[in-house]
Design a protein around this ligand. Structure first.
Ligand SMILES: NC(=O)C1=CN([C@@H]2O[C@H](COP(=O)(O)OP(=O)(O)OC[C@H]3O[C@@H](n4cnc5c(N)ncnc54)[C@H](OP(=O)(O)O)[C@@H]3O)[C@@H](O)[C@H]2O)[C@@H](O)CC1
Ligand SMILES: [K+]
Length: 548
């Protein structure tokens, strides 16, 4: 059985609402095992966005020094990528019209690119940026208005990618050119049954017909004032963008330049389009400095060093494998309006395993199968003898009937707390599945032998890292770590055995309480608690439902 859980988040003040669907594999669980669970190595996985519109694809993994999306990395690192890029926005280079055209010529001349290639990457960037901001569940119908030049071509390509992402594109392409590149793009869209909408059909109830409007009319070669029919189309978007209630109209996304704006001066008389989102390509043009909408992205991840060097381009790094990166400040949200409505299968007493370890194992396997990133990440809360609590995330490295194991530095704050008070709590939060597991119990160090075994199973870099860090002590700078690390790297460069430091090892929490939480609609969440009770000379787990 494959059921779905989804979550609807409402964000007022910005674009809005997200929802997610996540596969659950409730009945695919095989017989519980008593063998220790050795946590598998977990890689973020990508699912077909047209069928699984879940996390914004991971952000941030590869591109040193910054980086989501991956992906999707999605996802926590995304905010870091975003804020770092935002911080850098002030220094982003803005191109004059002449430089933009010159770069175009060089890319397609001495640097060996074809226009088809660049257009494909540009259109893909636009589609990726749109999908990052406007979630499929809330914005399905996308109108793409395409102009006569390459900006229009970017729009045609974006339409195709949006279709494959699961959106429903409609294209308005009033001035077609017969060049094979463009006729090919049109044929590709026709083969997907994407409707081509005549201009006349757009002049009534645009807001009711579409959830997003993409302006791909003019880019950096625009000059003068718009000629028909683009003058009327631009006016239509102007009227749309001044609609008071932004929630009642489709957002406008401009490709490279808001059409009709002066390429360098921007919206000179103030009567032009006011897009909600701008996707600058290659590098922002000077007019982008006047863009005041909430979402400014950069796309066109193809700029080779000769161009960056020649034009002194300062551009934010693209996160991970992403085709776009936010530049400019991320819109601020009203925290009190962030609200999720959880939709999940019910969690009933007669569905859960009688043993909480088996139930944990079942949920853990489902989290891994569903492709969650680091489902073994858990918040560990310790409390010192003065009753002062502290929390941090650690990684679960094993679980069996004896308990939950993680490794750390025995000189750390948590170790200090645990030496004074062995009570601790673990919290797993599997956001995409609307699930949380709480575990409480007593903590003990694992045997030296167990720690040794695990230490030597780690990559050599992690072994050295464990030696370098006198965890939780104050250090004067990052260079301190790098210096010691380098020395150790040299010392062990011959591949010789790296001894485990005695201040490094594992802990095991032996649970006396579990709580399995499944988010449900209208705050009527399922909470099933397992606690221990005496039965004769032994103990048994009793399951009780807690009010949400
Ligand atoms: N590396 C890069 O840089 C990359 C660039 N890429 C993309 O290319 C875009 C630049 O494309 P582009 O040069 O084809 O020009 P664009 O702005 O689409 O329009 C030209 C057309 O509009 C017409 N037109 C002009 N003014 C007009 C008016 N007032 N009223 C009516 N029509 C008017 C003009 O006609 P003309 O005036 O010449 O008769 C011509 O037909 C760029 O912004 C980016 O999106 C990416 O694909 C890949 C990488
Ligand atoms: K445009």
């Amino acid at each position: 059985m494959l059921a779905a859980a989804s979550k609807i988040r409402t964000i007022s003040g910005v674009a809005s609402t997200t929802s997610r669907a996540m596969p659950f594999f409730l009945s695919t669980f095989s017989a519980p095992t008593t063998a220790a669970l050795s946590v598998p190595s977990l890689c973020p996985t990508r699912q077909n966005p047209s069928t699984h519109p879940r996390r914004p694809l991971a952000f941030f993994a590869a591109a040193a020094p910054l980086g989501v999306l991956s992906p999707s990395l999605r996802r926590s690192m995304a905010s870091l990528a975003t804020s770092t890029a935002a911080a850098a926005a002030a220094e982003v280079t803005h191109l004059s019209q002449r430089d933009a055209a010159e770069i175009d010529e060089q890319l397609m001349g001495p640097l060996g690119f074809s226009v088809d290639q660049l257009m494909e990457l540009a259109g893909l960037s636009v589609a990726a940026a749109v999908a990052e901001v406007y979630k499929l569940s809330e914005h399905t119908r996308v109108l793409i208005i395409c102009g006569p030049g390459n900006n229009g071509g970017d729009g045609l390509v974006a339409a195709r990618h949006l279709y494959h992402f699961g959106y429903k594109p409609f294209v308005c392409y009033p001035k077609r050119t017969s060049r094979p590149l463009y006729s090919g793009l049109v044929t590709q869209l026709e083969s997907l049954d994407i409707p081509f909408v005549p201009v006349e059909d757009l002049f009534h109830d645009l807001a009711g017909q579409f959830d997003i409007v993409i302006d791909a009319m003019f880019g950096f070669s625009f000059h003068g004032t718009p000629r028909p029919p683009f003058d009327d189309l631009i006016q239509m978007l102007v009227s749309l963008s001044v609609t008071d209630d932004s929630a009642k109209r489709p957002p406008i996304v401009s490709v490279d330049i808001p059409s009709g704006w002066h390429v360098e001066e921007g919206d000179v008389n103030g009567g032009g389009i006011k897009p909600d989102m701008l996707v600058s390509l290659t590098a922002p043009k000077l007019c982008a400095k006047k863009f005041t909408g909430p979402h400014h992205f950069l796309g066109g991840r193809f700029v080779p060093p000769p161009i960056s060097t020649k034009y002194g381009l300062e551009l934010p790094p693209y996160p991970g494998t992403s085709m776009c990166v936010r530049i400019g400040k991320a819109p601020s949200v009203d925290i009190s309006s962030l609200r999720e409505n959880y939709i999940s299968p019910e969690l009933l007493e007669n569905q859960v395993m009688s043993d909480p370890f088996d139930q944990f194992r079942r949920w853990f396997d489902e989290a891994v199968t569903a492709g969650l990133r680091e489902p073994n990440a858990m918040a560990l809360t310790t409390v010192n003898k003065a009753g002062k609590p502290s929390s941090r995330m650690v990684l679960l490295k094993g679980v069996d009937r004896h308990g939950f194991v993680w490794y750390t530095n025995y000189g750390s704050q948590k170790a200090h707390d645990l030496s004074e008070n062995s009570n601790a709590a673990l919290l797993f939060y599997w956001n995409e599945m609307n699930r949380q597991v709480r575990v409480e119990g007593l903590v003990q160090k694992v045997s030296e032998e167990e720690s040794e075994k695990y230490f030597h199973s780690r990559p050599r870099g992690s072994q050295l890292g464990a030696i370098v860090s006198k965890q939780s002590t104050v250090i004067s700078g990052r260079d301190v770590l790098q210096h010691v690390y380098k020395e150790l790297e040299e010392k062990y460069s011959d591949g010789s055995f790296i001894p485990k430091p005695d201040y490094w090892g594992g802990y095991r929490l032996t649970p006396n309480l579990f709580e399995f939480w499944q988010g449900q609609q209208s705050r009527l969440h399922d909470r099933l608690q397992y606690s221990q009770r005496e039965v004769g000379a032994s103990t048994a787990w009793q399951i009780e439902r807690l009010a949400p």
